[in-house]
Design a protein around this ligand. Structure first.
Ligand code: FAD
Length: 445
């Protein structure tokens, strides 16, 4: 299909290693560089992060026949377990049989590097890439930014080097390069729910657990070893904030009062709380993503989003699906491959950035709101009966591969309809009636 190229991928993260597999499938010579040591040879640090893999991610993995190997290290979660202060609610994510999958980032990344190596990609670790010469696709690496650099010349370079990409940094210095970066005033910290003595999970293992508390929330995703990785999302400053939880008594009192059912299951609460870092969350947008037929950004390097829709990696994997479609369509014409790739992906990256930003509100506040739960019940009932007329927004994003931009637009339209439905008299009593069904049908006309 294409002339064989010598290609460098900067970054051996999830996106870089999957991209390497795809480029090898197309027959290219592939070198992957990472500034970090080989993660297969080191112990994980305090940050273990679980990711939720959904349809777009699986599609990209299945297309290169590695989906089943990855499924072996993933746990399906078919519902949200919503821990209110005084009760526990469950809410299915999609239709019967639809789940998102909890997977450890570290375990997944190790596996992906193994698979990329098996496919013939060569990995070079502890190689810091400081800069790239865009016109001749040459990487510049070295021990320090100001020390001696070595040049590595390629036909093409992909920047899969994450939200603070050096490859993008070089592209930013050109005129007509748009760039924005916005930090949330909310940070996150990881905590841990260990396994029971017999290796079983302390909470339902097939649920995504949420403790929604308005301006802050705790979530927990299951691990294969019986533990859960919890993430506390909370403002940096203010009444309930990382700043206000500054000593052991304040953390203990806060959890006892606001998250009482976690006390028994997080035994090392204060130890984890003060040992684990508080990390920031950033949305980064930029354009263009490519330079001539030489350099392209992919994954978080081109679109970093906040994690509240569980779509960052999924979106990065979908970048690869689309890039490969363009490679099949335009063959050796890399300039067109790149320009069609970025044209197709940019509106969708912006849409998932917006949806992810909005989803913090949905997870942290609305899941505790009776009206919102009622809305979801009505939508579910209607979409079960008329699946061709109503796919809920969450399902469009998570269980389909239709464009994110389409999901955003249709989701806004559906919300307008539901606002009217929720204003119907006695909606709490008649929510499952023919009257409500007819009202939705009428509004959809
Ligand atoms: C708290 C949290 C929860 C998340 N949850 C989900 C989720 O549930 N589902 C989901 O789909 N996504 C989730 N994400 C997003 C997901 O983690 C990212 O979108 C994904 O990891 C991006 O992968 P990447 O390969 O593009 O970048 P990265 O994972 O950042 O990898 C970049 C790689 O490049 C290397 N590198 C960087 N600079 C250089 C350099 N100068 N030279 C050489 N190497 C370099 C780094 O060492 C790294 O290995 C979450 C993110 C966070 C923070």
């Amino acid at each position: 299909m294409q002339n064989i190229k010598k290609i460098a991928v900067v970054g051996s993260g999830l996106v870089g290693s999957l991209l390497a597999i795809y480029l090898r499938k197309a027959g290219h010579q592939v070198h992957v560089y990472d500034r970090s040591p080989d993660i297969r040879k080191i112990q994980f640090s305090g940050r273990s992060i679980n990711l939720a893999m959904s349809n777009r991610g699986w599609k990209a993995l299945d297309a290169v026949e590695i989906g089943d190997v990855i499924r072996e290290i993933a746990i399906p979660m078919d519902k949200r377990a919503i821990h209110l202060v005084d009760k526990l609610n469950f809410q299915n994510y999609g239709q019967e049989g639809e789940s998102i999958y909890s997977i450890s980032r570290g375990i997944l990344n190790r596996k992906m590097i193994d698979l990329a190596e098996a496919a013939g990609a060569e990995f070079f670790f502890e190689q810091k890439i400081w800069d790239v010469s865009l016109d001749d696709a040459t990487l510049h690496s070295g021990e320090t930014e100001r020390g001696a650099w070595e040049d590595k010349k390629y036909d093409l370079v992909f920047g899969a080097d994450g939200a603070f990409s050096r490859i993008r940094h070089r592209m930013q210095r050109q005129s007509m390069f748009d760039y924005s970066q916005e930090f949330l005033p909310i940070g996150y910290k990881e905590l841990n729910i260990p396994a029971n003595a017999d290796g079983t999970h302390k909470l339902d293992k097939n649920s995504f657990h949420i403790w929604p508390r308005g301006e802050y929330m705790l979530i927990a995703l299951p691990n294969l070893d019986g533990s859960f990785t919890c993430t506390l999302f909370m403002p940096f400053e203010g009444e309930n904030s990382f700043q206000s939880l500054n000593d052991i008594p304040s953390v203990e009192a806060f959890f006892e009062k606001n998250l009482p059912d976690t006390i028994d299951v997080i035994p090392k609460l204060t130890e984890d709380f003060f040992n684990n870092p508080t990390s920031t969350l950033v949305t980064m947008k930029c354009f263009p993503w490519t330079y001539k037929d030489k350099v392209a950004l992919i994954g978080d390097a081109s679109h970093a989003i906040v994690p509240f829709y569980g779509q960052g990696m999924n979106a990065g994997f979908e970048d690869i699906t689309v890039l490969y479609e363009m490679m099949e369509k335009y063959g050796d014409d890399w300039k067109t491959v790149f320009s069609e790739y970025e044209k197709s992906r940019k509106p969708n990256a912006d849409a998932i950035a917006e949806l992810s930003y909005r989803n913090f509100l949905e997870m942290s506040s609305k899941t505790a709101d009776e009206n919102f739960l009622l809305q979801k019940k009505i939508e579910k009932l209607f979409s079960d009966k008329y699946p061709e007329k109503w796919i809920p927004l969450y399902s469009r994003v998570t269980f389909s591969d239709r464009p994110y931009a389409e999901a955003l637009a249709i989701g806004d339209y559906q919300n307008e309809i539901m606002e009217k439905v929720l204003k119907m008299d006695n909606i709490n009593q008649i929510w499952d009636s023919v009257e409500v069904e007819n009202k939705i049908l009428e509004l959809l006309k």
